[in-house]
Design a binder for this molecule. Structure first.
Ligand SMILES: [Zn+2]
Length: 144
């Protein structure tokens, strides 16, 4: 896949022009807080989706524009690969915790604070979504 622009599928999700995977449209607030200046000045009124593909260079993409991961705050040089952006828990931290048997403590902390509505996924997480599903995925990968 290497179209210059994205396309929509039947459910209104956007198809990443780089890797061909399909992603939901993100909130405008997510875009504005994730994209570094000055690219955040020039987004137009289009809908954008976030490509979560680790090996894909596309960050956000609309039907006519593409913003690379290198222009997003979460992917600046020196940034760890994050699991929970709200509470600063990296993938490697959680992997270590899973091996050492301390993962439950971390997960409970995140769940508790998410329940109290103290998380800020919409602005901190480039996907704009809650990370709890990613915790489950890592736990599953660790157990199998
Ligand atoms: Zn992609």
């Amino acid at each position: 896949m290497n179209h210059c622009c994205s396309q929509r599928n039947r459910t209104g999700q956007l198809i990443c022009p780089e890797c061909g995977h399909t992603y939901p449209v993100v909130d405008r607030k997510t875009l504005l807080h994730q994209i570094t200046f000055p690219q955040n000045l020039d987004l137009g009124d289009e809908d954008y989706a976030f490509c979560a593909g680790k090996d894909c260079s596309a960050g956000y993409f609309s039907e006519s524009r593409q913003i690379p991961k290198t222009s997003l705050r979460a992917f600046q040089p020196g940034c760890d690969e994050m699991l929970c952006y709200c509470f600063d828990i990296s993938v490697s931290t959680y992997r270590t915790a899973l091996s050492e048997g301390t993962a439950k403590l971390i997960r409970e902390f995140v769940i508790q604070n998410t329940k109290k509505d103290l998380c800020v996924c919409m602005t901190r997480n480039p996907s704009g979504r809650c990370c709890l599903a990613d915790f489950k995925r890592m736990e599953h990968d660790h157990d199998h």
